[in-house]
Design a protein around this ligand. Structure first.
Ligand code: ZN
Length: 146
């Protein structure tokens, strides 16, 4: 195994987001370097990915509590190269958020050797600049707490 390249996020100008009324609070919070998740305002079920209606109680009420930014790897892939960017290494992941039970977030792990990524790996959120002044939540391997 060759000493791998560290996984990165896509270059800023490649990532464009589209917000709508359902997702905009997530992006507005990320812009302020806060990770939030939509939670049903009636029954408290986390609704990430965001949904217009609560799958449990059909409520449209939603609040956006701030999360700790901790996550664990639920599933991941390793992608070498991207159209026009053959040297890029990406590790797209689905993460679980321990303070938002049931929520799953599709994101990227950065700054890690792809060979070191494992299911259950502890991560911490970071924010990566993307197009139009937004920040994209990405994750790094969590520093062990003493
Ligand atoms: Zn509900």
């Amino acid at each position: 195994m060759s000493p791998g390249r560290l996984a990165t996020a896509l270059p800023s100008d490649v990532v464009r987001i589209v917000t709508d009324s359902v997702t905009e609070p997530f992006w507005q919070a990320a812009k302020q370097r806060r990770l939030v998740a939509p939670r049903c305002g009636d029954c408290g079920t986390f609704r990430l990915p965001p949904t217009p209606f609560c799958p449990e109680c059909q409520s449209t009420a939603v609040d956006w509590p701030r999360l700790s930014g901790r996550a664990t790897v639920y599933s991941f892939a390793v992608v070498h190269g991207y159209p026009g960017l053959p040297d890029l290494t990406l590790v797209p992941v689905v993460v679980e958020l321990p303070d938002a039970p049931g929520a799953r977030l599709v994101t990227n792990v950065v700054g890690v050797e792809p060979a070191d990524v494992r299911i259950g790996l502890a991560l911490a959120v970071d924010f990566h600049p993307i197009a139009d002044g937004w920040l994209l939540p990405v994750f790094r391997v969590a520093i062990e707490e003493v």
